[in-house]
Design a protein around this ligand. Structure first.
Ligand code: ASP
Length: 448
């Protein structure tokens, strides 16, 4: 029972019959104990939210959507299960669909839809997908059990964005769930859902199944967590911008944090943090190309070679340049500007200062820029729009050759701002034009 892995499959990995059979092949090729966390089939959570909202005003439309969800799951069963198990699986789906319909009618009657009710409503997406998949496993004589995550992922009562109670989860998982591996080698669990201390259904926020995998991995003391998606791990750049983008073998959680802050669509760092901190590596893999290595995410890679490994870009960013009043204390002026922005919930993407200047980057609309210039009439304020290019790597300042290669690639472009080595991971460049070309050129340094 020592070697347990957690395997999480997202919505597109379980979208339809052929995708589910793909997942079946992947999990049965791994010969160890595994807890398999599934999302709802692609699009189903959105449909459930739509159906719940329609329940208030247009119950006919709501029932239509629920029927569509029913048909979708039944079709997968028809295409994957031939034995008498098919009838059992269809019956289970019917039970859930009946519950959703009754709940929709309840919302209509009460004319009320709270966050608590919404959580219960959307929880059926994962309940349906895991039920279908469980019967596919049984049909193929796999020794599997289907559990209800509401019994293990115990959270607070922040419906829609619930937070896990790690100590209770650990107790339950260790005492009640882990022993199941004495009888079964595969446990199927719903991602995204849990329940509060009073047993009411909660959800962990949109895209929360990664979080579920991380929580289960931590509580089980898993040796590895695999996140199976529809891309081959974390890429060195957006493949729509850089055709030659490659999969990064290894990243740290801080790399992931910087990349997602600066526009790349990767795992949400907070959701994988607990497992990473406990020393459990997380692998990002492609369900539709399972032989590829994917990306492994670890806590840190201290001591490893300086390396540039990825680029992301945030478009339509404003660079604000304040020419400070040299007769006054510059730090106090900067604090005042920062306070102004923070009070208006403006997220500062980066900033730097000197005795005469304060430069910052933020996403601002025209109205916000006008308000800022109207407020700071004592200063000259310059606002320029452009793209913030984010280079994520490891200790690039330590590698003079790498730095000179980077500089060479951009020497013929008008770059409005460069900050190499903001921290161990991050460097930023700001360009007004030719962003695509600049990214392609910088990318050519990766792996060179
Ligand atoms: N089904 C949920 C969603 O669509 C959770 C997930 O897929 O991770 O947000």
């Amino acid at each position: 029972m020592d070697n347990i892995i957690v395997m999480k499959f997202g919505g597109s990995s379980v979208a339809n019959a052929s995708a589910m059979l793909n997942v079946f092949n992947i999990i049965t090729s791994q010969k160890c104990n595994k807890l398999v966390v599934l999302s709802a089939c692609k699009g189903v959570t959105d449909l459930l939210i739509e159906a719940a909202n329609f329940s208030l005003q247009n119950i006919t439309k709501s029932i239509e959507i629920i029927n569509e969800i029913s048909e979708h799951h039944k079709k997968i069963i028809e295409n994957t299960i031939n034995s008498e198990l098919k009838w059992k699986a269809l019956e289970k789906i019917d039970v859930y669909i009946r519950q959703i319909r009754e709940f929709s009618e309840g919302i209509h009657l009460l004319q009320e839809l709270t966050a608590k009710m919404m959580d219960f409503f959307v929880s059926f997406g994962e309940k349906l997908s895991t039920t279908v998949f469980y019967y596919i496993l049984l049909e193929n004589k796999i020794n599997a059990v289907l559990i209800n995550s509401e019994n293990y992922i115990i959270t607070n009562s922040k419906f829609g964005e619930a937070e896990p109670n790690y100590s209770i989860i650990k107790l339950k998982v260790q005492n009640e769930l882990k022993p199941e591996f004495d009888k079964y080698d595969t446990i199927i669990a719903q991602g995204f859902i849990g329940s509060d201390l009073e047993g009411r259904t909660t959800t962990l926020g949109r895209g929360g199944s990664d979080f579920s995998a991380s929580i289960y991995g931590l509580a089980l003391g898993a040796s590895e967590i695999q996140i199976w998606t529809d891309v081959s791990g974390v890429k060195s750049a957006d493949p729509r911008i850089v055709e030659q983008a490659i999969t990064i073998d290894e990243m740290t959680i801080d790399d992931i944090r910087e990349l997602s802050f600066y526009g790349a669509k990767v795992l949400h760092p907070d959701t994988i943090k607990p497992a990473i901190e406990a020393g459990i590596p997380i692998k990002v893999l492609n369900t539709f190309s399972p032989s590829e290595q994917g990306t492994i995410i670890k806590e840190n890679n201290q001591g490893s070679e300086p390396k540039l490994h990825s680029i992301s870009v945030l478009s339509e960013v404003t660079k604000l340049h304040f020419y400070l009043d040299t007769k006054r204390n510059s730090s106090l002026q900067i604090v005042d500007i920062l306070n102004y922005l923070i009070r208006r919930n403006i997220k500062i993407l980066s900033s730097s200062q000197s005795e005469t200047s304060f430069v910052l980057f933020a996403k601002l609309d025209n109205q916000q820029i006008n308000n800022i210039t109207a407020t700071y009439t004592d200063y000259q304020v310059e606002a320029v729009e452009g793209d913030l290019i984010c280079l994520v790597g490891n200790n690039i300042l330590l590698d003079k050759e790498l730095l000179s290669k980077l500089t060479k690639q951009i020497e013929n472009y008008q770059i409005d701002y460069i900050q190499f080595g903001i921290n161990k991971q991050l460097s930023l460049l700001f360009s007004k034009d030719n962003t695509r070309e600049i990214i392609e050129r910088i990318h050519s340094v990766i792996g060179s």
